[in-house]
Write a protein that binds this ligand. Structure first.
Ligand SMILES: O=C(O)CCC(=O)C(=O)O
Ligand SMILES: [Fe+2]
Length: 281
């Protein structure tokens, strides 16, 4: 069976494949939202009547989710006992979720059809204004589903990557709001007092998005502190993550892949060698 992404994406509302004025206007809006607060949302990117098929795809692979439990501060760094207990570097929170590795989806995957649709990556690239932009070559991690259940969520953090591209597929019964504080730090100013204020719940600094199934989000999280509020209820939250990299052919490191997906493939070992060689050059 061959899946056509254009049957799922609302191309009437989002004419991403038709180069012309409507696409240009859409991109201009996304770029200005990303410049202003690092976040752009395409509500109803997937046609509502096709969403049940995406949920079914996630239900089908959910059992393959690799669970992660960690305690982390907003920076994913080690504790700093030399600092006061209230310092952001010392604020540790529970994080639990499960990633479903990309190789469980099969060739008739709707998510993969969207990811590999020729119009999709160039459109996201243009919205982000990135010059080097390639689909991830990692067979476990290129397009995945993040599954989170009651008690899960993602505590306050800054991303270590420049941007994330996600598609909301199913919300939990309660919680799961996306909260963020735009441009809270800069490359030269960590703004720890501001970070501490957000961690303490300063509503003036926090914006809340309640993303709905079918919404595509492009988010630059390196300078904007953000979290997914704790989940409650029996329904799991499903979010697809589409990954892109600056260098063609890149895959994850064996260590990180093992941590996130619970296994590695020969390609992770082979390319890790290549990467090390490249670094030595
Ligand atoms: O699950 C989400 O909606 C976003 C999670 C997030 O912040 C991340 O993956 O870095
Ligand atoms: Fe994040």
């Amino acid at each position: 069976m061959s899946i056509d992404a254009a049957d799922y994406i609302d191309t009437d509302r989002y004419p991403i494949a038709d180069h012309g004025a409507a696409r240009d206007e859409l991109l201009a809006g996304l770029r200005s939202a990303l410049d202003r607060d690092g976040c752009a949302v395409l509500h109803g990117f997937v046609r509502p009547e096709r969403l049940p098929e995406l949920v079914a795809e996630c239900d089908r692979v959910a059992e393959f989710g690799h669970r992660n439990f960690t305690r982390t501060n907003p920076y994913f760094t080690a504790d700093r006992p030399d600092l006061p207990a209230t310092h952001p570097l010392r604020r540790f929170y529970d994080r639990s979720n499960a990633f479903v590795p990309a190789d469980h989806f099969g060739t008739d995957s709707i998510l993969r059809a969207i990811y590999e649709w020729p119009a999709f990556a160039p459109f996201v690239q243009a919205a982000l204004g990135e010059t080097d932009f390639h689909r991830y070559a990692d067979p476990l991690a290129d397009v995945i589903v993040n599954l989170a259940e009651e008690g899960g969520g993602f505590p306050w953090h800054f991303d270590t990557n420049n941007y994330t591209v996600t598609l909301a597929i199913q919300n939990a019964d309660h919680g799961g709001d996306f909260e963020f504080s735009p441009n809270l730090r800069t490359p030269t100013d960590e703004n720890y007092p501001g970070v501490e204020a957000v961690l303490d719940g300063d509503a003036d600094l926090i914006r809340t998005l309640r993303l709905q199934p079918g919404d595509l989000q492009i988010f630059k999280g390196r300078y904007s502190l953000h979290r997914v509020t704790p989940l409650a209820g029996a329904t799991p939250r499903y979010v697809a993550i589409f990954s892109y990299v600056e260098v063609e052919g890149m895959v994850g490191s064996p260590e990180r892949t093992m941590e996130l997906y619970g296994r590695i493939l020969p390609v992770h070992v082979e390319r890790a060698g290549l990467r090390n060689d490249a670094l030595i050059d």
